[in-house]
Write a protein of this length. Structure first.
Length: 183
């Protein structure tokens, strides 16, 4: 963990001096310097007082880099294709167990001829267009603004039944960390 660098970055961003932190916490400047350079690890009690002095939640100081906010700008999105019809998939964001993508379905296209199953859970929001969602014996026609979700271990399929390109926002949760396969 890189707690010291996090403390230093917050302190500098808020224009707080080490002396001001020490005044509020009762810690020495030498100790604070060692904390910020990761040469010493403060106790939870000490971290709690530093967090209070910085006016940040203690939990924020304990987050690992991969757990902090990750931003993907529109122009930086990874674009891939999926399925036999090579649907365009725009990767919006991800955490350890969740993925969020935007999928373009040209008219008549689908996630595949046959329904597929995989680990995880999915939530979908139809941004544009008209689609048919099928899972097992259930089927529903969904339009702009409609949403649906399912356990992905039951075979399922999504198809654009409209005349225009459909756009679907998909969030997938899976406990596996391997590459996620679309719908």
């Amino acid at each position: 963990m890189d707690i010291g660098s996090t403390i230093r970055a917050i302190r500098k961003r808020k224009n707080i001096t080490i002396a001001q932190i020490c005044e509020q916490t009762g810690l020495s400047q030498g100790f604070m310097s060692q904390v910020e350079t990761n040469k010493t690890s403060p106790s939870i009690t000490t971290l709690e007082s530093i967090a209070q002095a910085l006016n940040v939640p203690l939990a924020y100081l304990l987050l690992r880099k991969e757990e902090k906010m990750h931003i993907v700008r529109k122009q930086e999105r990874l674009q891939t294709s999926s399925g036999p019809e090579q649907l365009k998939v725009f990767h919006l964001s991800r955490t350890k167990n969740m993925r969020m993508v935007l999928v373009e379905f040209p008219p008549g296209s689908s996630t595949g001829e046959a329904p597929r199953a995989h680990e995880g859970e999915e939530t979908h929001l139809v941004i544009r267009g008209r689609i048919l969602a099928e899972q097992g014996e259930d089927a529903a026609v969904l339009e702009e603004g409609d949403s649906f979700s399912w356990n992905a271990c039951t075979p399922h399929k999504v198809q654009n039944i409209g005349e225009d390109t459909a756009l679907v926002l998909v969030s997938v949760y899976t406990e596996e960390q391997e590459d996620w396969k679309l719908m």
